[in-house]
Design a protein around this ligand. Structure first.
Ligand code: AP5
Length: 215
């Protein structure tokens, strides 16, 4: 089904987790600017090296870098029926840039889903997150410890790590940056009638059902 969605929400509310499920449900790809940047960092490209200095401090990578990256990714053939944006846009300038890109290609957003989770729960989720550095799979030591132990990496040797920016001081900075620079996007999309706020507490399946209901 064609579907053009934005997943909005503070760091750790479960955007990536829900994007995986929405992707399977609607059959459209996820565009996670965070995942694209981490892949550039792993490959040690100039873009990755530039981005890393911002990411490790919990700051946003400059808008022009992000918009170029997204415009490029949207040209891929598997993006023609829609995409699920995860962690993008993150500033008003990025939202305006996306409006321009979509207008040029005659596409329109279907909805902006903002996942809402109290700060205390977010801190808990982020400090207990682990991922496989080889394939990118995301886990949680509180939610699914067995999956970490039993992970069979589809891309090679499993390597379970904690993200550099999931350390307490960086989490604090990321949350502040979210409040200052990203949360204003809720008003931006509320004005267009596209915003739907969805509670993000409860199990992964419960949150997924709420997202589908909101749509
Ligand atoms: P990015 O990778 O986008 O990070 P983020 O927005 O901070 O979001 P996270 O990936 O931390 O969390 P999430 O909401 O996806 O939660 P998840 O599903 O993993 O960005 C990283 C950095 O890159 C930025 O700081 C910035 O520097 C840069 N960047 C990226 N995009 C940019 C942009 N557009 N502009 C500028 N800079 C950009 O879940 C978290 C944990 O909770 C997991 O362990 C998961 O298993 C668990 N969990 C999920 N759902 C539940 C549930 N229902 N109950 C219990 N636990 C749950």
């Amino acid at each position: 089904m064609a579907m053009m969605l934005i997943l909005l929400g503070a760091p750790g509310v479960g955007k990536g987790t829900q994007a995986q499920k929405l992707m399977a449900h609607f059959g459209v790809p996820q565009i996670s600017t965070g995942d694209i940047l981490r892949a550039e960092v792993r490959r040690k490209t100039p873009l990755g090296q530039q981005a890393l200095t911002y990411m490790n401090k919990g700051e946003l990578v400059p808008d022009n870098v992000i918009l170029d990256m997204v415009a490029q990714r949207l040209k891929a053939s598997n993006a023609k029926n829609g995409v699920i944006f995860d962690g993008f846009p993150r500033t008003i300038a990025q939202a305006q840039g996306l409006d321009g890109i979509l207008k040029q290609s005659g596409k329109k957003l279907d909805a902006v889903l903002s996942i809402e989770v109290p700060v205390q729960r977010i801190e808990e989720r982020l400090s207990s997150r682990r991922s496989c550095a080889t394939c990118g799979a995301v886990f949680n030591v509180l939610l699914n410890p067995d999956e970490i132990d039993n992970h069979e990496c589809p891309k090679g040797q499993p390597l379970i790590v904690q993200r550099e920016d999931d350390r307490p001081e960086t989490i604090e900075r990321r949350l502040k940056v979210y409040t200052e620079q990203t949360e204003p996007l809720k008003d931006y999309y509320r004005q267009t009638g596209l915003l739907k706020e969805v509670p993000g507490e409860g199990t992964v399946s419960e949150v997924f059902s709420r997202l589908l209901q909101a749509l």
